[in-house]
Design a protein. Sequence first.
Length: 71
Amino acid sequence: MLRYKNFIIPTISLFFKSKNDVDVFIEDSNDEEFYKTLFARLTGGKRINKIISCKCKVELIKMIEKEKEFT
């Protein structure tokens, strides 16, 4: 499976702005299709074409903080 380098992850959401109505960052590193379906149901059918996986809670928090810098 292809993986993004950690310094790239916060910028991934920028590439999917036109395809995602909601940016979703998760701790899990697998099951992207499961999370797409789950969040699409929870958000009332908003477009979520990319789930951004951060592997662990610590990395997730770092990525969200970096994401705030880019927006």
